[in-house]
Write a protein that binds this ligand. Structure first.
Ligand code: HDL
Ligand code: ZN
Length: 435
């Protein structure tokens, strides 16, 4: 037994720094992930599934970055075919310049994971590789490479393409789970009210009379169909609660009673400024510092509802940690969107560990294209392992060494257990059998 590993209760305690960091990296690198927020779809959703090099390169993150370095107008770019757009992105960000941005490095990580040339002049090899893949076995391989056991989708009850699948009688791949997304209902009430009226629901724009009951009936139908793990909404940086607007009334009179009736958590994703530059289309959204106080009030007024929350602004992260200390029904999650970069993931995770211990959901991928799971989780695992190892090292300096089993327990809680417990999902089969 090396001197760095001293036998004690619960397995050998890791008392030597190098060995400790090595084992943390190993454990975090292999911890199964319940990816609790993505824009991926189960195979049954057909064309809604995005995969392959052209989709990876036309990811809106990379589109925004390409406009900064390429001589191309918005109009001419949007007139291009997807493969022409991908060729331009590849040439601009990967050939003419070095792919050091997080989203560009992500594509490099994906190509490397399949043994493809990461510095190719063109996309011939990559396109041929993805064309040759069998969808079902490729899905399995990607989930295995990423270490992802479960994927939560983002499901819009007003999307006709999705509805065809949900209204069919076939189930969906059990590795995929629904999240009932409320952006239409809460951020475009006028449009949703019209859509609901067209479906025969007796709702009015003033949210009066039967409206609340009718919208709840609509949600009940979709909850029955989708069996979502939670309801979610993205909210602007000027979101307030209480507020004298339709959104606040629908939240209070419809969403929160529905959350209680169905024991569904409500996920608040706060701080997005939609359409800052409309010419960039999906890439045109921005960020704004938001009010954590609004989320605190919702938690305080609804102690019986479990909230998930993530904020888009770096400036909101510390406040969110403090609020989570005040409200046990508030579970912070992920390093969302513009925060999903190593420098900020480490900062956010460090302050969460210092203020919340391991009582938060460390990360979600937000993947839109299947193979993004590979890079988003590989990159995040590296960051989270570094920060966790730092925490264990400080603990060691304070006189307490951890065991590998404790590291495994902590990683499982951060990547999987906290979320499963919040949404009432049974622990993964293998851990049940170990009990
Ligand atoms: O609203 C959201 O769920 C965001 O994640 C947006 O979809 C955003 O465009 C995105 O993909 N961020 O990663
Ligand atoms: Zn998202």
């Amino acid at each position: 037994m090396t001197s760095s590993v001293i036998e004690s209760r619960g397995g050998p305690r890791l008392t030597e720094r190098e060995e400790l960091r090595r084992q943390v990296s190993e454990v975090v690198g292999a911890a199964p992930v319940f990816d609790m927020h993505t824009h991926l779809f189960a195979p049954e959703f057909g064309g809604l599934n995005l995969s392959g090099i052209d989709e990876l390169l036309t990811y809106h993150y990379l589109v925004a970055e390409t406009f900064r370095s390429a001589e191309v107008s918005y109009e001419s770019f949007w007139r291009m075919s997807k493969s022409e757009q991908a060729d331009l992105v590849w040439r601009t960000l990967f050939v003419e310049h070095t792919p050091v941005s997080e989203a560009a490095r992500g594509v490099v990580t994906v190509l490397d994971s399949f043994g493809l040339d990461t510095a190719a002049e063109d996309l011939k090899e990559a396109r041929a590789f993805f064309r040759e893949q069998d969808a079902a076995s490729h899905l399995g391989r990607v989930l295995e490479l990423a270490g992802v056991s479960d994927v939560v989708m983002t499901n819009d009850p007003f999307d006709a393409r999705e509805a065809r699948v949900w209204e069919g009688d076939g189930g969906i791949d059990r590795r995929f789970h629904a999240a009932l997304r409320m952006d239409g209902l809460l951020n475009d009430w006028e449009g949703s009210a019209a859509a609901l009226q067209a479906r025969g629901y007796e709702v009015d724009r003033g949210v009066s009379g039967k409206t609340a009951g009718e919208v709840r009936r609509f949600l009940d139908v979709w909850i029955e169909r989708m069996r979502p793990l939670y309801m979610a909404v993205s909210l602007p940086d000027d979101f307030e609660h209480p507020a004298a607007d339709a959104r606040d009334r629908v939240i209070r009179e419809v969403v929160l009673p529905t959350a209680r009736a169905h024991h569904l958590p409500f996920a608040l994703m706060v701080g997005v400024r939609r359409g800052v530059n409309p010419a960039l289309r999906a890439a045109g959204d921005g960020v704004g510092r938001a009010s954590v106080r609004a989320v605190e009030r919702l938690c305080a007024e609804n102690a019986g509802v479990r909230f998930l929350a993530t904020f888009l602004s770096r400036e909101n992260q510390h406040e969110l940690c403090v609020s989570a200390r005040k409200f046990p029904n508030l579970l912070p999650f992920g390093c969302w969107w513009f925060l999903n970069n190593p420098s900020i993931i480490k900062e956010i995770t460090r302050e969460r560990l210092e203020l919340l211990g391991t009582s938060f959901v460390a990360q979600h991928s937000d993947a839109r294209v299947l193979e993004q799971l590979i890079y988003k989780w590989k990159h995040s695992r590296r960051c989270l392992a570094d920060v966790l190892a730092d925490s264990y090292e400080r603990l060691l300096e304070s006189g307490r060494a951890v065991t590998r089993a404790e590291v495994e327990r902590d990683a499982a809680r951060l990547f999987d257990g906290n979320f499963r417990a919040w949404v009432g999902q049974a622990p993964p089969a293998e851990s049940r059998s170990n009990r």
